[in-house]
Design a protein around this ligand. Structure first.
Ligand SMILES: [Mn+2]
Length: 314
């Protein structure tokens, strides 16, 4: 009988929040004796707050860190969703007992003493995997749950335009659309509009969806700011570059890459600061004052982080 915290990565995106909430709800339905409680490691994305509110689901509370257990106390049990790298996870993760991982990213630095619930699949979103788990446990998701899962799927796969989208994702999306009687693409457009992208400050554009990596001992942050009109963000370029530099210094990082992804034009404007050699090599570009436009680049994981990581080992 334990309380198990379920949370996505720091600077959470819609998938990290909704996959944590939906997986907690699924696990609680199974009544395995534990209580699963979703948490978040950063600010609520606007679209996640909007959809949870519309279904009257409470927002997950903020989790700052996991303290070391008092003598005789058991470690806090946790399930990581949408990430598995320590650098992207909660402060004090080593004080916790990781009892599960549900993720769709590379496996970086993971090892355990005991067997655990470890499910990673190279699908387009963690929400797709959570939906698959509903099927595995023969639990029928409610309309509210399907709607939340579809929201996370559509943002994480950028309306299914992202190259991370698999045939399985497409089938699940189509299936939810039929059950809910809606067009998934129209539904996804509404989710993106809920982001009200022009409301973000340059600091928020940098910080609201950013992931840290340790590459050959260097700390590299890769952020992604998704918008329906990149020109609004890029009209504030000097402030944006200043915000990038101050984030990098604050995190004591060597390199920061920011992708301003335009989901309508289907590409990303790449900005970088600090030591640019690794991302320049990985992406095959040279930074310019206004950044570099990479058409077709929508996925941080596959089209930005992966080539940068590959360049480090080449
Ligand atoms: Mn994800």
């Amino acid at each position: 009988m334990s309380t198990v915290y379920v949370f996505g990565h720091k600077h959470p995106d819609n998938d990290s929040i909704l996959a944590a909430v939906m997986l907690s709800q699924l696990m609680n339905t199974l009544e395995d004796g534990n209580t699963y409680v979703p948490r978040r490691l950063g600010e609520m994305p606007l679209e996640s707050a909007a959809i949870l509110k519309s279904w009257e689901f409470p927002e997950p509370e903020y989790l700052d860190e996991i303290p070391a257990p008092e003598p005789g106390q058991e470690r806090q049990k946790v399930i990581l969703v949408d990430h598995n790298e320590e650098v992207q996870s909660v402060h004090g993760l080593s004080n916790a007992e990781v009892v599960g991982v549900v993720d769709h990213h590379r496996i970086a630095d993971f090892s355990t003493h005991k067997p655990i619930f470890f499910i990673t699949l190279p699908w387009g979103s963690t929400a797709t995997i959570v939906l698959y788990l509903f099927h595995c446990y023969e639990i029928t998701p409610t309309v509210a749950q399907l709607s939340c899962l579809l929201s996370a799927m559509m943002t994480d796969m950028v309306m299914m335009k992202s190259p991370t989208t698999t045939e399985i994702d497409r089938q699940f999306v189509e299936n939810i659309g039929e059950i809910l009687g809606l067009d998934p693409v129209d539904f996804g457009m509404n989710i993106f509009t809920n982001r009200a992208t022009d409301k973000y400050t340059p600091d928020e554009m940098v910080a609201h969806d950013i992931k840290g990596f340790v590459i050959n001992g260097k700390r590299v942050f890769i952020g992604q700011y998704e918008t329906v009109d990149k020109n609004i963000a890029l009209s504030r370029l000097p402030e944006l570059r200043a915000a990038m530099e101050s984030f990098r210094k604050e995190k004591n990082a060597d390199t920061l890459v920011l992708a301003v992804t335009d989901i309508m034009e289907e590409g990303s404007q790449i900005l970088m600061c600090g030591d640019k050699s690794l991302p320049e090599r990985g992406l095959g570009i040279e930074d310019e004052p206004g950044g570099v436009w990479l058409p077709g680049v929508l996925s941080r994981k596959k089209q930005i982080a992966a080539p940068i990581l590959a360049a480090a080992t080449a």
